[in-house]
Design a protein around this ligand. Structure first.
Ligand SMILES: [Zn+2]
Length: 246
């Protein structure tokens, strides 16, 4: 393949820009800000689930308390009714009176047991509410940290995107100086090796850092300037420049 030396030299600019693009893409993938935002986001989601669980528990306890309070009320109403009957003096048989008094006493014990239950539920609710407050505070604090991490991440990503766009713009300019067949060869080699072209410096290929044999150097020296030469070691396009010292 033949190509003007100036076009061949542009391959070095292209290789540099492609490496810059690769570095930017790598940086984009491995940003610590990305991992940090993801980690905080996961922790916020986990806490949000814990808040919902705690809230459900508290709601269950509230229902349990309402039910226990209703039980207390109904027992109290029955006791009051019995007490009224007793106070009214309408019950005169000693046996009925004794039965009524016994029922009132038994209802009193029942009420006091049920009130104990209400108190116990209220204590559990207090613990549950404190737990919710703690979890909500932790969740909100982490959400703030997550938002800040996301802002930092987005700022770095925007910076990388800007640099990538610059590289892309410069690449388009460079590409317009390179003939299609040379560009296609470069593209194929880049796919294979990551870098498609390298400078020949002295007797060394800067792509694979190998020193070429005397025979190979002599062959390259003898080749015309528009001949596209390749490294015998890594097969990349070897670009000769004044710095090559040939
Ligand atoms: Zn090489």
């Amino acid at each position: 393949m033949k190509a003007a030396p100036a076009a061949q030299k542009r391959l070095l600019d292209l290789a540099e820009l492609d490496s810059a693009a690769d570095r930017l893409a790598h940086r984009r993938r491995t940003l610590p800000e990305l991992a940090e935002a993801d980690e905080l986001s996961t922790r916020v989601a986990r806490l949000a689930t814990q808040v919902i669980t705690a809230e459900t528990e508290a709601a269950d306890l509230a229902r349990e308390q309402a039910k226990a309070e209703a039980d207390v009320d109904s027992v109290r109403v029955r006791a009051e009714r019995d007490q009224k009957r007793l106070d009214s003096g309408q019950v005169s048989s000693p046996r009925d009176l004794a039965g009524l008094q016994s029922e009132i006493a038994s209802l009193g014990r029942r009420q006091s047991d049920l009130e104990e239950v209400v108190l116990e539920i209220m204590e559990r609710r207090e613990t549950a509410d404190a737990q919710i407050s703690r979890l909500v505070a932790e969740r909100d604090e982490l959400a703030t940290a997550r938002d800040a991490a996301e802002s930092r991440r987005d700022a770095v990503l925007a910076e990388i995107d800007k640099e990538s766009a610059e590289v892309k713009g410069r690449r388009a300019e460079v590409v317009s100086d390179i003939p299609a067949d040379l560009l296609a060869l470069y593209g194929k080699l880049r796919e294979q090796f990551g870098v498609g072209a390298a400078m020949l410096q002295g007797t060394r290929c800067l792509g694979c850092r190998t020193s070429l044999s005397i025979a190979e150097i002599n062959r390259i020296k003898a080749a015309s300037h528009d001949e596209v030469v390749r490294c015998e070691e890594c097969r990349r396009i070897l670009v000769r420049t004044p710095e090559s010292g040939l």
